[in-house]
Structure formats: structure tokens, C-alpha cells
Design a protein around this ligand. Sequence first.
Ligand SMILES: [Fe+2]
Ligand SMILES: [Fe+2]
Length: 482
Amino acid sequence: MIQEKHLSTHDDFATQMGTEFVTKVYRFLKGTAIYDRNNVIIDQYAQGCLQTINSAIKSEGNLSFKIVSNNCFLNNAKIQIRADNYPIFKGLMNELKKRWIGEIEFSGEIKKEDLKEFIFLLAGLPENNESNYLYANQQLELRNLPDIHVEKLESFKDEEIYFDSEDQKKRCKEFYFKSISLVKEVMENVKNQKLVNIRKAKRFMQNAVNLIAQDDSILLGLANIKNYDEYTFNHSVNVAIYAIAIGQRIGIPKRHLFQLGMAGLFHDIGKMRISKEILNKTEKLDPEEWEVMRTHPIVGSEIVMKMKEWGDLSTRMIIGAFEHHLKYDLSGYPRMIRKRPLSLFGRIIAIADFYDALGRPRVYHQFPYVSEKILMLMMERSGKDFDPLLVKVFINMVGIFPLGALVLLNTNEMGIVVQTQEEGEFIDRPKVNLLVQQDGQYLKGKVVDLTEKDEATSQYKLEIVKTLDPNEYGINITEYLI
Ligand SMILES: [Fe+2]
Ligand SMILES: [Fe+2]
């Protein structure tokens, strides 16, 4: 419960109470899909929500929660969303937006049963129906709940709502593969000292930022597909995607996300001056080869510095190229004589780079690491190689089993992760599309939710045993994900 004496301003109140409200309502709403109304867990969720709502009503007289664009307001004061709470806020906003509900208002103290009635009513509203609010208010009146009221979602563009429509998927996919060829073109021009079409690259990045701002799950899923043939280009695009997605979660404004994306896209541009023999060597590099390899951050920043076409972008891009192997405690390379802490962009790109590079089978190590192993390494090196706060944000973002991961369940079934959970406590329990083997091929089966419990034993029905390498099974993840 929130103690009012600790709160200095109305905005602090909105942020604390709002965060509590969103967390509890979201959990309750999600719970309705798993448990029935009389389940004891639902009772606990309702009790938790009720405390928050009624304590707000006691001190303020009412509680209104409102969504405007991507911001949330509690009693008309903006709620400041902290990075670690972002997935929950986004989760609740999505649930409400899908149903065209933009505001919920409680105008008097309410009882537990009334709240249950309301949340189940909300959960049962169909998606994409603009007049849901009319129906909901009518029902609230009929059920004698005059202190609860909802409003229609305002000022909302269509494309923001139907974010996971087929159309959006198609756009993302097109964008993704086009940007690989774009990076290839730019890098090859750099290599051959030809003119580089910067405007095209900039336009692409603007697009990426917009796509990720709407919903990052599709592009993050695509980034998980490692295309082995075009290592450097594919890697560059992935690093940009991961970097923008991290940046967005910690509240970097769009204008800067664009710069971050560009810095991510060209962080390895220095590799264009390293011979193919070293770049593509599958065995371990010898000391001299390592020496050459380690020049790429400096070479990269020199390349960027010389390119006048980048304009004011170049400072950011120099940072990306120069800092991405330096490490958080500056123990990496290039060696620095005057130690200066890493910039935020450098810290973000280092994480994106490490995660993507280790998920690949080539170059320094023969077998790719599965995602959970990489995340474990990141946690171990948190504070040394990586910024600890950003590591947390990143793990929350990709989930332990990221989109597109091929997993083995305890039922001996195989499946592909198609949706990660928004809530931290279910980070290891994504939704999985089962694969059914037929005539030597794997076909899409049903989608299972790993948060589902057995009613009788209250044990989880399914568990992930381990991650599998799709190449070993001849499975092309792209086909299943899109
Ligand atoms: Fe690099
Ligand atoms: Fe890299």
C-alpha cells in the first residue's frame, strides 16, 4: 500500500499508484485467461487490485486510468514508466487498445466481487470493436456497478492497433531483407572507396525505428534468424534492431533512436578493411591475426571520420565503431590511455553485438550458443563487460527463450517460441507453436501457453527442457515465424 506522507507531488503519486495499478490489473486480466472466476488465485489478484484502487479512492476521491497514444495517466497526471516496468505497461496498453478501451474510471469504493465482475467483462470484450465501451458501460449499469465506467480509446491510428496483422509482418520481413542488401551495398562501396548513398541508409533507419516503435516483436524475431551466408551484413542489421529495441525500452527519444540504429548498423564497418581470410577463418585466429582483427574499431572510426556525407551523424557512428569492444570496465580493445567511461550508445551496442555474434556458428566458434547460455554469460560479465542495468533490460526484452527459438518440451514434443510473456516472472514460459512431424516434414501444430497450470495439481502443464539447433533438424525458422 502506498503511504501518502512519502509522496511529495501529484506526479509522484501518479507514478507510484499508477505503476501499482497497472501491474495488478494486468496480472488480473492475464489471469482470467488461465483461471476461472472461483479460483483462489483470481481471488488473490482481485484482492491485490482492490487495495490499490480503494486506497487511491480514499485519498483522491476517484481513480481514472487513461491511455493517450503511448502514455498512461493516473487522474490526469502522467505516469513515468521505469524501464523495468515497461513490458507490463506495454502489455496492459496492448490489451486495452485491442479492445478500443482508452480509460477506466472508478468513482467510489468498490467490492471484490464487483471488481471480478468488471475484469472478466473487460477480458471478454472482442478485439477491434470500436463500440466495446458502449456495451461495457451498458453491462456495468445492468449489473448495478455505477462506480465503474470505461471510455473509448481516443486519437488512435489504425496501423498502431493492428500491429500484428499480416500486413505488418510482411512489411517487417520486406524491410529486414532489404536492409541486409542495403548494408551490403554501403559496406562494399566503402571497401571499394566508392560514393555511398547515405540518404537511402537514413531512410531505411527511420523506417526501422518506426516499425520497432509500433511493435518490436516481429523484427526481434527476424533478428533471431541467423543467416550464415551473409554474416557481416546480417549481423549489422541485427545489432541495429537489438540496439533500437533496447534504446526504446529505456526511453531514448525517436530522434536519437535513429542515430543509435545507424551507429549499430555500421559498428563493424572497419571489418571491410580486413582480409577475407582472417574474417572468414573458421579455426582459431593466431596472435598476429588477432592483432589485425582488433584494429577494426579504430579503422572503422577512421572510415566514418573521413566520410563527409554522414554529416552530424558521424559523431554517433564513430562512437559505435570505436567503443563496441571496449567493455564497460574499459578492459577491452582498443587500449585506452586516458580512461573515459563508455557512452550510453557504446554500452548498448556492445550488448547487442555480443548477443548476436555468439548466436552464430561461424568465425570464432564452431557451434552457436543457444540464447539462454549467452544471457547467462552476459549476467556473469555484468558490471565488467556490460552495463548491469542494460543487461537486465535486454534479458527482459529477448526473454530466456527468444522468439524463434526451437525448444524441446518435457512431453518430448518440439516447438518454436512464438510469443514471449510480458511479465518478468514468466520469462521462461513463452507461448510455443508445437511442430508435428508428417512425411518427414515438420508442420505447425497448435500453440501452447507454458504458463498454463493443471487445475487439479496446480503444477505447470509443460516445461521447456532445452533449446535445440534448428539446423540439426533441417528446420527453417523463418517459415514458421512469418
Ligand atoms: Fe566488432
Ligand atoms: Fe559486431
